[in-house]
Design a protein around this ligand. Structure first.
Ligand code: FPP
Length: 230
């Protein structure tokens, strides 16, 4: 398999995967089918990210606000997550993919926590692409937790907070993508987005392919990042 390089030196891409419900509705299918197809898009994208040599891919899978959805949908989402991890873990191990979780995942159901802990342990020594999955994640919650830990150690500075974020150890965020035409950050990576480029597309998440990622990265490569300087 040929190894392509991530264009323009992007190291860390994050995605708000939105539009599974609308994808299903357009086809008169249950929302759960949209989420199922969403997982297929995740699977293809993780493989592409690895082949591109991207250092980190962070995916917004379940927010602290998603608990407001009907119980049936919440359990369908966690069922899909469990199946994905079970089915693809051997592939992660074999292909040097490290799993990382951001968000308060320890508060999830015990079987989900056990499955994730096992997958985290079995991929902990991999140093290829990091797949960071946001679960029970809210950025304001993350920052508050990080600030509390920083305060317990010493003066609160941006660097001290950053070192305590759930993303500590990942490369700086280069590019944030949101699908389905919504122009919001929805409490995702608010700290990390400080100098990231943003890329929005009308494509609904189940239709998002590695070619869309390449398109976003190509455009990222054409942008001039000044980090506040001139
Ligand atoms: C947004 O679609 C998508 C989600 C809330 C969940 C994303 C989850 C997955 C793709 C599956 C599990 C994740 C992994 C990493 C295996 P929506 O339901 O908000 O769509 P809508 O706005 O069109 O209703």
């Amino acid at each position: 398999m040929t190894n392509e390089r991530a264009p323009a030196g992007a190291r860390h891409v994050a995605i708000i995967m939105d539009g599974n419900g609308r994808w299903a509705k357009k086809r008169h299918l249950p929302r759960a089918v949209g989420h199922q197809r969403g997982v297929e898009a995740v699977r293809a994208l993780v493989r592409a990210a690895r082949q591109m040599g991207l250092e980190a891919l962070t995916l917004y899978a379940f927010s602290t606000e998603n608990w407001r959805r009907p119980e049936e949908e919440v359990s369908a989402l966690f069922g899909l997550l469990k199946r994905y991890i079970r089915e693809d873990l051997a592939e992660f191990v074999e292909n040097n993919v490290r799993l990382h979780i951001i968000g308060n995942y320890k508060a999830l159901a015990p079987d989900v926590v056990a499955l994730l802990d096992d997958a985290l342990e079995r991929t902990a020594h991999n140093d290829g692409t990091t797949l960071a999955v946001a679960l029970n994640y809210g950025s304001q919650d993350e920052i508050a937790r990080a600030a509390a830990r920083a305060a317990a150690k010493g003066p609160i500075t941006p660097e001290a907070i950053e070192a305590e974020l759930d993303t500590a150890g990942l490369p700086p965020l280069d590019l944030l993508i949101r699908t389905s035409g919504e122009l919001r950050l929805s409490n995702f990576l608010l700290w990390q987005v400080a100098y990231a480029e943003l890329w929005f597309t009308d494509v609904l998440w189940p239709d998002f392919t590695p070619d869309h990622l390449r398109e976003a990265l190509d455009q990222f490569g054409q942008r001039e990042r000044r980090y506040g300087g001139r």
